[in-house]
Design a protein around this ligand. Structure first.
Ligand SMILES: O=C(O)CCC(=O)C(=O)O
Length: 386
């Protein structure tokens, strides 16, 4: 078994606001993390310190990821589409990161979604905890992921929720927000409903381009994700006195298929390429797109799911919004035949997103070796079932 298998018996860090009653501490049971707590103003709690081996600084060189103009996908200019596909192909063979511009998402909607991050994370901790993520679940509020880990905690708060691509009402997110946070959050839910709808459209265009870039029918991946269930995550990184000793998000690859991320202008996203950490320049007009482990398998290992991380800032808070595209959970993940027919071996056996999700949620802390470790785990669980 890999040494990185999760500490399932993680003792939970508890950082309660001084004002919180003993009663409600017991009721909430687990963690509360808020940078406004008096405890967080002084020395950083030891659970947030990362080993020095992990704290390697980024080079001065920014990542040279391409800026792909998606406007050309609408007007059908074949030469322009072929050029864009070539840019994507080159980037995905090397590291799996590119940015998209002229993506068609209304900038006012992006601003509104950022505004709602403030609404969410400014809620009183008691209210945030009513939406606390349950063990093994994908949705809900999490402070520093201390419900899952007991060390190397990330300096952040997150709020995640699911978005079904089809078969659900157009108030699925409003309903979720109301159910976990109450009626006051109806507007927040409406903004994210619209944002996720826009992300779904955008992901479909990117899937078409990825298909073309791999020489696969442009509709193949679009169809594969048609009935998927994606995950939307709002990240809030408070300023941190000990920024050089911790991370906002530790080094990891995304086990999901494709990530479409918007980061604010503070900057902090970094990618590990050619044995160095490179910053990804924040661009208000662009979305950062990266390949996840599941898409790496769908491309038969051609496209890279790269290790990335987010650093925190000593003085400024930072926000980002990540939309993780995922297939329906029981869909079998395998590359299209055209990618394996030319004497090219299958790099990975069939698996379902639901199995990989379970592995990364419950058994393994995502890192560069997630996919390989998952496949070993899957093989050993299958053989122990005989
Ligand atoms: O905030 C960022 O820039 C990166 C976030 C991220 O990698 C994640 O949420 O998985």
């Amino acid at each position: 078994m890999s040494p990185n298998l999760m500490e399932l018996s993680a003792s939970t860090l508890v950082l309660y606001p001084a004002s919180q009653s003993e009663e409600s501490k017991k009721e909430n049971g687990v963690l509360a993390f808020e940078s406004n707590f008096p405890q967080m103003k002084g020395e950083m709690p030891k659970e947030f310190f990362w080993p020095s081996g992990d704290l390697i600084k980024a080079t001065q060189e920014e990542l040279k990821e391409p800026l792909v103009n998606l406007g050309i996908m609408k007007n059908g200019d074949e030469k322009a589409i072929a050029n864009a596909a070539e840019l994507v192909r080159h980037a995905c063979l090397k590291h799996g990161f590119f940015q998209v511009i002229n993506h068609g998402v209304n900038p006012d909607l992006i601003d509104a979604a950022y505004h709602q991050i403030d609404t969410l994370f400014n809620l009183p901790i008691s209210q945030k905890l009513t939406a606390k993520r349950k063990p093994g679940a994908l949705s809900g509020y999490s402070g520093a992921h201390a419900d899952r880990f007991s060390s190397k905690l990330p300096w952040k708060e997150t709020f995640s929720f699911l978005f079904h691509h089809q078969g659900f009402s157009n108030s699925q997110i409003v309903d979720y927000f109301e159910s976990v946070l109450g009626q006051d959050l109806q507007h927040t839910g409406r903004v994210y409903e619209e944002y996720c709808e826009a992300m779904k459209e955008l992901s479909s265009v990117i899937m078409e381009l990825l298909g073309i870039s791999l020489g696969v029918d442009g509709l193949h991946y679009q169809r594969f994700f048609e009935d998927g269930v994606s995950i939307m995550r709002c990240n809030y990184y408070p300023p941190c006195n000990s920024a050089n000793h911790t991370f906002g998000t530790g080094p990891h690859t995304d086990p999901t298929s494709l990530t479409i991320l918007h980061q604010d202008q503070v900057g902090g996203l970094e990618v590990f390429v050619d044995n160095k950490w490179h910053a990804v320049r924040p661009r208000a007009e662009a979305f950062v797109v990266n390949i996840g482990d599941t898409f790496m398998a769908l491309s038969n290992g051609r496209y890279k799911s790269c290790v990335h991380r987010a650093v925190v800032n000593r003085l400024r808070e930072r926000r980002s919004m990540a939309y993780f595209v995922c297939p329906r959970e029981d869909k079998v993940v395998k590359p299209p035949e055209i990618l394996t027919s030319k004497n090219e071996e299958r790099k990975y056996p069939d698996f379902t997103w639901s199995n990989l999700r379970e592995f990364t949620q419950n058994h393994y802390r995502a890192d560069a070796a997630t996919l390989q470790s998952f496949l070993q785990w899957q093989t050993s669980s299958n053989s122990s079932n005989f």
